[in-house]
Design a protein. Structure first.
Length: 157
């Protein structure tokens, strides 16, 4: 296993897996939001099994879950690196963390929309225009979020 200060050398596949598992374990142990996303993912997969999702629906759900978990892991890595490089968290370090957190928020919002599109047909007798209504709702939410951010003054550069 390679640690800081060791000379760079090619890692074996086994070493790479060990490092990845150590990182996952660290995230599970130390990151409350990552644990929450894991619980939500498990609930979504159990609900999908109960609803009788087909292969394509299950694939879309799994990819969406992976997107959220990966964005949470990347956010955690960025936060750790920012803390390491800038221990006295200034405005720029805070901005880096905020942008990384926004990535998690966007992927989580997408997951809610995808989840609604996948689960609603199984829960209700939906009209054929449901996908268009969901797309319109998503577009309006994104427009509202953009307008809120666009009219709010940002930090001074």
């Amino acid at each position: 296993m390679r640690h800081s200060g060791e000379a760079s050398r090619p890692r074996s596949f086994r070493e790479a897996i060990t490092c990845a598992l150590r990182g996952a374990h660290l995230a599970i142990r130390s990151e409350r939001h990552f644990r929450a996303h894991l619980v939500i993912a498990l609930a979504a997969l159990l609900a999908a099994a109960w609803a009788g999702f087909g292969a394509i629906e299950l694939g879309v759900l799994t990819l969406t879950i992976a997107l959220v978990l990966v964005s949470e892991l990347v956010n955690t890595a960025i936060e750790m690196l920012t803390d390491l490089m800038h221990p006295g968290a200034g405005q720029r370090a805070a901005a880096v963390k905020d942008v990384a957190a926004a990535a998690v928020m966007v992927s989580s919002g997408l997951a809610v929309v995808v989840g609604a599109a996948l689960f609603l047909p199984h829960l209700t007798a939906h009209p054929p225009e449901l996908p268009r209504v969901l797309a319109l709702i998503l577009a309006l939410v994104l427009l509202a979020a953009f307008l809120v951010v666009a009219v709010r003054p940002g930090p001074a550069k």
